[in-house]
Write a protein that binds this ligand. Sequence first.
Ligand SMILES: Cc1cc2nc3c(=O)[nH]c(=O)nc-3n(C[C@H](O)[C@H](O)[C@H](O)COP(=O)(O)OP(=O)(O)OC[C@H]3O[C@@H](n4cnc5c(N)ncnc54)[C@H](O)[C@@H]3O)c2cc1C
Length: 292
Amino acid sequence: MPARAAFAAFLSDRVVDARVDEPLALHTTLRIGGTADWFVRPRDERELADILRAARECDVPWRILGSGANILVGDAGVCGVVLHLGRMRRRDGTQVQAGYSLSQLVKETVAEGVSGLEFLAGVPASIGGAIVMNAGGRYGEIAQSVRAVDVVTPEGDVRRLSRGEVPFRYRSWGLAPGHIALAAGFQWTPDPGTRARYDAVLAQKKATQPLGSPNAGCVFKNPPGRHAGRLIDEAGLKGARSGRAHVSRKHANFIINEGKAIAADVHRLIDLVRARVNERFEVDLELEILTW
Ligand SMILES: Cc1cc2nc3c(=O)[nH]c(=O)nc-3n(C[C@H](O)[C@H](O)[C@H](O)COP(=O)(O)OP(=O)(O)OC[C@H]3O[C@@H](n4cnc5c(N)ncnc54)[C@H](O)[C@@H]3O)c2cc1C
């Protein structure tokens, strides 16, 4: 049996939650993107390990999708299997699985009066995606309250890495591609000021970000010592458009899907922004969003 057919047979025999040709626009906050050959939601670590083994044996490429809040999926979609860890979402005190919602965890810790995650108010993410991207902002990064991360290594072994063994940096956990975040252990400290900080961060986000329209957060990383949004604004690009996508007037580092944008619209806008900012400030903007 050809390898792809063998993988399809494995999924239909052994995996409950597997879909074929699933539109990824349904699973990204930008609401853009073609289909995945297979879209699979493993029930637990064992099923995840079985799927990874089968994919390796059948030479089928795989990717992990969290909440899809930082990804621009191409119009042609992606080959292979997209693994979504949304069914792996248990929380046991400070130990939280990758599929758990970050915003839910933030709200819970605020209600519990412990500090550590309140500055991530308004960041849409799964715990896995937040760890891998080292989500954060002007008040700090998730890495600061991480105690340990459970990972699957590219060789398929499960390991618990202490905070010091994960080389977190700006918008990345720094581990080689092929690692999967399974869960994170956190350390939070009781602090009566947590709710006030959470409310302040959320209010600031609502005032400055276009949260009502499909987007993927900041498109570009801040260059050292500079603000990508400010550079884009000063290059006169607020409102610049391509097809059905435009640069937000509220926050110049956000690209908005007006409803029917395609990935090609967004890519053209990204190229325009990069070229103009480079022309004006001699700065090369680097993408923060990931392109699939
Ligand atoms: C309105 C809005 C506001 C935002 N504000 C912020 C902000 O203030 N700060 C900030 O940092 N980001 C922000 N973002 C971007 C986004 O929320 C973060 O990057 C977030 O961490 C993405 O998490 P996710 O679960 O959606 O990951 P995805 O976008 O699904 O995936 C991101 C990357 O992580 C990988 N990945 C996901 N889960 C796993 C896993 N378990 N194991 C291995 N790899 C995995 C994916 O393969 C992909 O490479 C914002 C986005 C939006 C839409």
